[in-house]
Design a protein around this ligand. Structure first.
Ligand SMILES: [Mg+2]
Length: 237
């Protein structure tokens, strides 16, 4: 195997992301406890979040609107305006949170970029994603950065066509089966899944039959350079 392009996901692959949403959910739970609902329905909140994706896309703003909607619904409209504002302001906390890069990321990117062009493919709110990429200090390792509304097979197909890359010479690395792995395998590409305990529930999927010759798993991003080397050197076809 030889790769003309290595693409990496950003959120929860290079840096912390889901943890800020968990804190937001905790704040929502704490506030609802104050109104006498100590254990708000997680499934209902998730439904509201998913139904709002088509309007607001992925990101902090849609999340904050979703928890506000859930709070109004749960309290039958009794929530005080000041508390509603607190929930909406959680988006500001998420957007202004420091970019916490995982251990080993910079060394990994440096090692990979010596031999391969790297691309960052991330989904979500463009302003927030651009701000995180700039603040991360990692921008210089990537030849291309693609911020997309959704990571579907068509999205990846479009990117490969735009850069004239064959799927079999493309490898995508990320923490989310639904966004980073399955759509890439579907179009004939290669994918590396990095385990991350914090991956958002929406990104979990049922067990799929995965093509083992094109699907790889690692526990840490630091294992990536060795894996790529093995695939290219030990399987040079
Ligand atoms: Mg991710």
């Amino acid at each position: 195997m030889q790769f003309d392009l290595i693409a990496l996901d950003a959120d929860d692959t290079l840096w912390q992301n889901e943890i800020y949403y968990r804190r937001g959910r905790d704040a929502f739970n704490a506030l609802m406890a104050k109104y006498g609902f100590p254990d708000p329905d997680k499934v209902r909140l998730h439904e509201i979040e998913i139904s709002n994706l088509e309007f607001y896309g992925y990101g902090a703003v849609g999340f904050a609107i979703s928890i506000a909607e859930a709070a109004v619904e749960l309290t039958s409209g009794e929530i005080e305006a000041a508390d509603l504002l607190k929930l909406l302001a959680i988006s500001k906390d998420i957007i202004s949170a420091e970019v916490e890069i995982y251990d080993g990321v910079e060394e990994t990117l440096r090692a990979l970029a010596d031999y391969h062009p790297l691309m960052l493919i991330t989904k979500g709110d463009r302003n927030h994603q651009e701000s995180k990429i700039t603040r991360s200090g990692l921008k210089g390792y990537f030849e291309q950065i693609e911020i997309v509304p959704e990571k579907s097979p068509d999205t990846y197909q479009g990117i490969l066509e735009m850069y004239d890359i064959l799927p079999e010479r493309f490898i995508m690395v990320g923490n989310a089966m639904k966004s980073d792995i399955l759509p890439v395998l579907e179009i004939g590409g290669n994918a590396v899944y990095i385990h991350n305990d914090l991956t958002w529930a929406h990104e979990h999927t049922v067990q799929h039959e995965l093509p083992e010759e094109r699907f790889f798993e690692i526990d840490s991003i630091s294992d990536l350079p060795d894996l790529i080397r093995q695939l290219e050197v030990e399987n040079p076809t």
